[in-house]
Design a protein around this ligand. Structure first.
Ligand SMILES: [Zn+2]
Length: 398
């Protein structure tokens, strides 16, 4: 018995033709895809030729930091990493963050824009403890069935240089947080081997994944990639380790860049880019050519770090594509693949995509081609999560 029948969509899977097809959904899964399906359903929606994309994956954001939907808060972060960290911690209590309400506001906006999966870093430090974990878990529970949220225990204020943080990370992992984060092992903690050994030890003992914020530029950043790659291979953690931001990658000499991308592919280490600020994005074409995994995320949204952001992953894919000068349709589709299938691989999602048997997590946009959807960022006409319509014409359905 078909629950939901989407007529006349054009489902997109990287590398396959974009043909007109109906999509039948049963028990939250895609049961059939093909032209003129001879089926009936209690809910039938004519997509009138709209492109159907798998649910967007925001592989890097900070739900615990956001003030989304709250009053406008002028940015007081300053321009240095350390100053922004101090500002971010110092004004939390005054502004009522972390807040389950703000996080839920943002998750609703993300769902309305077609996002089905989110990985959120959560600050862990002696002042907030695991308060951010609790707030974001509450928000995720309110949005259960509409979006899936994965948490990262993130030492935003330093790990080795901040007494008490290693024990708090351990407590977060023991409490069920599935991924442990790091922060500039050299540039911030000034002990790259020390921080990475601690992270990999925590991950190994708790069966956790790893996602390290790495802003360090130039050869220092590139050397840290090698340290992460070495440890991933030594511990057999292929597919479970990601480097977020990886600002150094975009600025390396082409030969060096290629060697790193090949080593990432070989070790199963992913990069996650957010097109933040003036730093180069991770080169999308090179990652695809070498088979290295790349995902995309929004990073901070309307928080003490940045006044910008709206949670729309399609717009973020557009920004990555623009910043990386992707011009031809196949190039632009590489960015779209990073924001969908790439993110799904990094999060380790099963049953992702638009093939028969996959979970029915998808959205539809009116565009002539996938690249036009990335460039024009059209309104999302329909968003479906596990077979249920969760947004219509850009509006979240309660
Ligand atoms: Zn971040």
């Amino acid at each position: 018995m078909t629950d939901l029948l989407l007529r006349n969509g054009r489902p997109w899977t990287p590398g396959l033709p974009l043909d007109l097809a109906d999509i039948a959904i049963t028990d939250g899964r895609i049961a059939a895809v093909g032209p003129d399906l001879d089926l009936e359903a209690p809910q039938v929606i004519d997509l009138e030729g709209a492109i159907v994309l798998p649910g967007l994956v925001d592989a890097h954001c900070h739900l615990d930091k956001t003030m989304f939907g709250g009053p406008w808060t002028p940015n007081t972060g300053g321009r240095t990493l350390e100053g922004r960290i101090r500002n971010g911690e110092g004004r939390r209590a005054e502004l009522g963050i972390p807040s389950a309400d703000y996080a839920a506001n943002l998750l609703r906006a993300m769902v309305a824009a077609g996002t089905s999966f989110v990985r959120s870093h959560i600050d862990i430090d002696p002042e907030v403890g695991l308060g951010g974990v609790a707030a974001v878990r509450e928000a995720a529970a309110r949005l259960a069935g509409r979006v899936d949220v994965e948490l990262v225990a993130f030492p935003q204020g330093g790990l080795l240089t901040r007494p008490g943080v290693p024990a708090l990370l351990e407590a977060a992992l023991a409490d069920g947080v599935g991924t442990v984060g790091g922060l500039d092992p050299a540039g911030f903690d000034r002990d790259p081997a020390g921080q990475l050994d601690l992270l990999f030890d925590l991950a190994e003992r708790h069966g956790a994944k790893i996602d390290v914020h790495l802003h360090d530029q130039g050869l220092l950043g590139a050397w840290e990639y090698e340290l992460i790659i070495e440890r991933t291979k030594a511990l057999g953690m292929a597919g479970r380790v990601a480097i977020s931001h990886a600002y150094a990658m975009g600025g390396l000499e082409p030969d060096h860049q290629r060697r790193i991308a090949e080593a990432l592919a070989d070790a199963g280490v992913a990069m996650i880019t957010c097109a933040v600020g003036g730093a180069p994005v991770v080169p999308v074409r090179l990652m695809a050519e070498t088979g290295a995994r790349l995902a995309i995320g929004n990073d901070g949204i309307r928080d003490l770090w940045t006044p910008y952001g709206d949670g729309d992953m399609l717009r973020r894919i557009n920004q990555v594509s623009f910043r990386d000068r992707l011009m031809s349709d196949p190039e632009i589709e590489l960015a779209l693949a990073a924001g969908t299938h790439g993110g799904a691989a990094v999060l380790g999602l099963d049953g992702y995509g638009l093939a028969v048997g996959c979970n029915a997590d998808l959205f539809a946009v009116t565009a002539s081609a996938p690249a036009e959807a990335v460039v024009s960022v059209p309104p999302r006409r329909l968003v479906v999560k596990r077979g249920a319509v969760v947004a219509h014409d850009g509006v979240f359905t309660d």
